[in-house]
Design a protein around this ligand. Sequence first.
Ligand SMILES: [Zn+2]
Ligand SMILES: [Zn+2]
Length: 209
Amino acid sequence: MLNVRSFNLGPLQTNAYLLTGSDPGRGIIIDPGMNPAALVRSIAGMEIEAILLTHAHFDHMGGVDEIRKLKNCPVYLHSLESEWLSSPKLNGSLKWPDVAPPLSTDPAEYDLAEGQILELIGHSFRVFHTPGHSPGSVSFLCGDDLFSGDVLFKLGVGRTDLPGGKERDLVDSLRGKLYKLDEEVKVYPGHGQRTTIGFERVRNPYVTL
Ligand SMILES: [Zn+2]
Ligand SMILES: [Zn+2]
C-alpha cells in the first residue's frame, strides 16, 4: 500500500508528494518545489531513494538542489527537458523575478521515457509521457494512484502558452493516455486538490473524453 503525503510549497503553491511503501524509513519525492523547509523536516532520518520530476518548471524543481545534496539521491526527468535544470531561462525562473530567484542545479541522473517502469520503495511506477504543458511532462502511475504534474488538475488543465507547450499535445495526452485509465484512479496534481480520472473524464471543462 502506497502512503502519500502532500506538501504545498512555494509562491505558486506547488504540490510536492512524499511517498512511502511498507518501510516508513524509505521514501521517494515527486516534485520538490521552492522553499521546501516543511518537506525537509519531514524527511529527517529517512532514506530517499529518488526524486521524480513531472517536469522541470522552477516551481517543481526549486527544492531539488537542497534535497539532492542532503540525501544524496538521484533525480529522474524526461530527456526532452534534460537541459532545463541547469538553465534558469528554460526552467522559467528567469521570467518571473518577483516570484523566484534564478534557479539552477546539476542535470538529472536518469532520463525518463514513455512506458518505462521504475521499481522504487517496493512499488512499480509506470511512466506516461504526457506533453502539452511542457515537452517533457510525464505522469506516474502506481497502482490506482496517478501523479499528473501540471497536465491534469481538478476541473482544469495545465497552461500551454509556455515554451514547448502545445494545446494539441495536451488534448492527446489526456484523451489518448490519462483518460484511458480506470475511472477509480486517484489523481494527485501539481497544484490544487485531488480528483479522479472518472470525475475529470466527465466534468473537466477544458478536455472531456
Ligand atoms: Zn509547469
Ligand atoms: Zn506548476
